[in-house]
Design a protein around this ligand. Structure first.
Ligand SMILES: Nc1ncnc2c1ncn2[C@@H]1O[C@H](COP(=O)(O)OP(=O)(O)OP(=O)(O)O)[C@@H](O)[C@H]1O
Length: 584
């Protein structure tokens, strides 16, 4: 796997080849049928030049008119056969391409959904978007056209060579000897450079998408800070990089294609020369030379096309590498370990260190044990490391040092599926997807009934809102539909949490958008619904801390106080101070 700096990995050429081999094995039947049909079409195409040679040689025989008629008819028959086989082979290979394409798309979606959040955050959504749009469509083009056309070219060339050798071995040899070196060197030169150049080109395109998306998402912030010029400069920089990478691939093509033109014309010239000499020295008949030259001429197109498709195959292979890289080992979470039978949802944080930027730890050896069913509140000044600790417990990032166990299992080793069933994080950012309210909630549990969904909304104090909606759970929400206030969006997120029903919840200021009274009411309500779950709540409002079983005070990446509300007040430390000023 190639490390793509902070981006998603790209599959190595060997992995790409292995994948193509696997696809070919899985669709063996369709592939063989395609090759046979293309072979038949190519073979039928060889009939005409052969017959023309026969025709020329028979002109001085007695019954020339009869022979001409018969040969004319036979040529017509071959042309018809070629059209029928070509039509059939295009149909079969088209189906083959579409089937494989559909599988690759499904596979891509599955791989993307398995990606841990931290991987997407690091890589940026632009890279993923480019892979799902530009790379997948490039791959479609390769599968639909380049792959079958390459097969056609190879088969046609092989058959032309066989026919040429049968007709006149010396002419066949001359053709091979002149063609191969002339085409070999530019093709080799090109192939060596094309893959990295196309990977660079696609990466640059991904970067443009990434920055463009960031500019659009942050438009208001950019306007407020008057950063327009800076963002334009960033965009200009990305476009310049993309331009440079496009120029590089254009340069490669501009060397390849003229070389191909030359390589394809040369054998015709040498064939004409050698054929003339052979005819003069009676080593070949006029008919043989004519047929051989027609074959050489006929070979020109597939030869040119074959090497031209190499270009397409190279871009396709680069795109396949990028598509397969999504969800590969370097990006995905570990898979498939089984959930322990008993559910003992303790959380044990042992000597955890974490740095966003190497060498600058924001957590300095944090240890914390949360008992099953306990409610722990984490408080502390801004930037102390509370959210970072929450993300590590929820398995979104892995600690640099130390370990975190949930229900006795190392979070870093858990499959994404197990992890999400075990621990869920709700932050103050949440998205309402465009669709019905029901769809938005059923995301958390597809099997949830309407009653369960309504109960979940009631548990987060949104029961009245639901009853007031004209279409109830069928109400369309999200972009372009009914406007949902930030507080309601937060309630939807919390209702999803109720439906997902994990054993451990990490709430990172999950009620911050509600007014203080509503927030407290909701938290109490939620607590009764989530009775028995282990809850770690990162709190700005100290009433959350007051209601918790224990409170951890985090300061500068360390836990400096830990105990119940009363115990911490008695200790008269930072928490007591915070509490008094909050009360005041
Ligand atoms: N993505 C990031 N990249 C680099 N540094 C980060 C990133 N996220 C947080 N930090 C830094 O890590 C430190 C801890 O941040 P964290 O968000 O965990 O603190 P917090 O206690 O949750 O603060 P707040 O209450 O303001 O949310 C801060 O110094 C912050 O600047």
């Amino acid at each position: 796997m190639t490390a793509n700096e902070t981006g998603l990995p790209v599959a190595e050429p060997t992995e790409v080849r292995r994948h193509i081999g696997r696809l070919a094995r899985e669709h063996r039947g369709q592939l063989i049928l395609t090759i046979i049909l293309y072979g038949l079409a190519a073979a039928a195409g060889l009939g005409a030049p052969w017959l023309l040679g026969v025709l020329i040689d028979s002109i001085d025989t007695t019954n020339a008119t009869g022979t001409i008629n018969a040969v004319g008819l036979a040529i017509g028959g071959f042309v018809l056969l070629q059209s029928v086989f070509a039509g059939l082979s295009h149909y079969v290979s088209g189906r083959f391409g579409e089937t494989v394409m559909a599988e690759l798309r499904e596979d891509f979606v599955e791989r993307s959904l398995r990606l841990p959040l931290s991987t997407i955050e690091r890589a940026g959504t632009g890279d993923l978007m480019t892979r799902s749009s530009r790379d997948v469509s490039q791959l479609g083009q390769t599968l639909r056209r380049a792959a079958p056309e390459t097969i056609v070219c190879v088969i046609t060339l092989a058959l032309i060579l066989v026919a040429l050798a049968l007709m006149n071995p010396l002419l066949a040899l001359v053709t091979v000897v002149t063609v191969v070196p002339v085409l070999w060197w530019p093709a080799r030169w090109y192939l060596k450079r094309a893959r990295p150049a196309y990977l660079e080109e696609n990466k640059a395109y991904g970067q443009i998408n990434e920055e463009l998306a960031a500019t659009v998402e942050g438009a208001r912030t950019i306007e407020a800070l008057r950063w327009q010029r800076r963002r334009i400069a960033v965009g200009d920089g990305d476009i310049a990089t993309s331009y440079r990478t496009e120029r590089r691939t254009l340069f490669l093509r501009s060397i390849l294609f003229p070389s191909l033109d030359f390589g394809v014309t040369l054998p015709l010239a040498t064939g004409l020369l050698v054929g003339g000499v052979m005819y003069g020295s009676e080593l070949a008949t006029l008919g043989q030379v004519t047929a051989a030259l027609l074959y050489i001429n006929q070979a020109g197109e597939p030869m040119f096309m074959l090497l031209a498709w190499l270009d397409e195959l190279q871009t396709g292979s680069a795109s396949l590498g990028r598509v397969l890289g999504v969800g590969s080992k370097g990006a995905a979470a570990p898979e498939g370990s089984k959930r322990a039978e008993h559910v003992d949802t303790t959380v044990n944080v042992t000597d955890v260190r974490y740095a966003y930027v190497p060498g600058h730890d924001v957590l300095h050896g944090v240890s914390l044990d949360v008992a099953a069913g306990e409610r722990l509140a984490i408080v502390g000044p801004s930037g102390a490391g509370k959210s970072t600790l929450g993300r590590l417990i929820a398995g979104i990032d892995s600690p640099g040092d130390g370990r975190i166990d949930v229900a006795g299992r190392d979070v870093a080793e858990m499959s994404l599926e197990d992890l999400r069933r075990e621990v869920l994080l709700v932050t103050q950012e949440h998205h309402v997807f465009s669709g019905t309210l029901r769809d938005n909630l059923a995301l958390a549990r597809t099997s949830a009934t309407d009653d369960e969904i309504a109960a979940a909304l009631t548990a987060v104090d949104a029961g009245d809102w639901l009853t007031g909606l004209p279409d109830g759970l069928d109400t369309l929400v999200g972009s372009g539909n009914l406007r949902v206030t930030p507080a309601q969006a937060q309630q939807i997120a919390l209702a999803r949490l109720v439906l997902a029903d994990p054993d451990v919840l990490v709430l990172d200021e999950a009620t911050s958008l509600l007014d203080p009274r509503a927030a407290r009411h909701l938290e109490r309500h939620l607590a009764s619904v989530l009775e028995g779950r282990t809850v770690i709540a990162i709190a700005h409002r100290l009433h959350t801390a007051h209601d918790a079983d224990r409170i951890a005070v985090v300061d500068d990446g360390r836990i400096i106080e830990l105990g119940s509300h009363e115990a911490l007040l008695d200790a008269d430390g930072q928490y007591a101070h915070l509490w008094r000023s909050w009360q005041g």
